[in-house]
Design a protein around this ligand. Sequence first.
Ligand SMILES: Cc1ncc(COP(=O)(O)O)c(C=O)c1O
Length: 383
Amino acid sequence: MGTFSDRALSIQPTGVRKMFDLAGDDVISFGLGEPDFQPPPVAIEAFHQAMLDGRNKYTTTAGLPELRQKIAESWDSYQSGMDESNICITMSGTNALLNLFLTLVNPGDNVLLPEPYFPLYGPDVTIAGGTARYYSCLFEDEFIPHVAHLESLVDENTVAILYNFPSNPTGGTLNESQRDQLLEFAKRHNLWIISDEVYDRIVFNAPHVSFMGTDYDRVLVVNSFSKTFAMTGWRMGYIASTNREAMQQIIKMQYYITACSNDAMQYAILTAMNEASDYPNILAEEFRQRCDLIVKRLNAMPGVECHKPKGAIYVFPKVNVPNMTSQEVAMELLRDGVLCSPGSAFGPSGEGHLRFAYTISQEDISKGMDIVAKTLLRLQSNE
Ligand SMILES: Cc1ncc(COP(=O)(O)O)c(C=O)c1O
């Protein structure tokens, strides 16, 4: 009698959601990594119109050619000359990631992943039959890995390395020289680079540094409209690469995953890119202000150290409460009315940290930080 696959049995539910299940409605929530905005109205109208116009059918697997062309052109300042053949529309960044692991990884292969991590990466590698090897991105190093550490992990079965900048959960970003060192490492070992750049449009005070546009042809960029246009529930994303052979394999794989993406939504996203192109900058400016506020408040609390992120929607401060785990601290905060994620939910080196997603208003951030300050003071004086 059949039971369940080893692959299903070997993956666990994500720990990040556990806190949510315990939270009441009246908490101030720094939990969820989703912008607290709605998509641009023109996109919603275009979605509606596209459905009225009969765009309710299967589409080509790689996606609407005009949309793919538009996305390719949006990368012009990084990589000129891309066209629709360099883009595959996916049903979310999540879908794009799974596609890439299924396309690249054989049983026995290993993949280098960041830690602390976005919790999908490891289970995705397992589902694809590979082994995850984690490289550390530590607070002391502004969450940037050391190449020497990467060298100690790589072997002849390593097929790919995943980079995620701006990072969830750390908010870490790269400068060009750091990017080049990570690029050289991958080149030296002939690894695929899966670059998860879903926060590329939410950057503060400096342009996004991408792995796209470098001279390496084994770069596969994962992107999503979830954060860019505040449409997490729409589940739309894409893979971009200059590597034509890889794109053929990826598009072939995509057929067997979802056949194609949502028909009408692709028209809506095209409209958003054409008519609301400034929308991501408006979001980024609001997140920049919130980031300034929350970092200032956290750094004013005894026992808390917080880097100032240059992108994404998270802070990942070190929070020192003697004899308590980050899970226990997060539970105490929840009891007092603030939901955040324990750092340990993102891997062992997240212990001693909390993740706050600043996806609430500045007013609520201030109220939440008042509670955090009081709770930490209470816990620290309980020693
Ligand atoms: C780093 C990172 N990659 C990928 C995703 C997936 O985004 P989506 O599936 O909504 O496109 C997320 C979502 O939180 C993320 O934080």
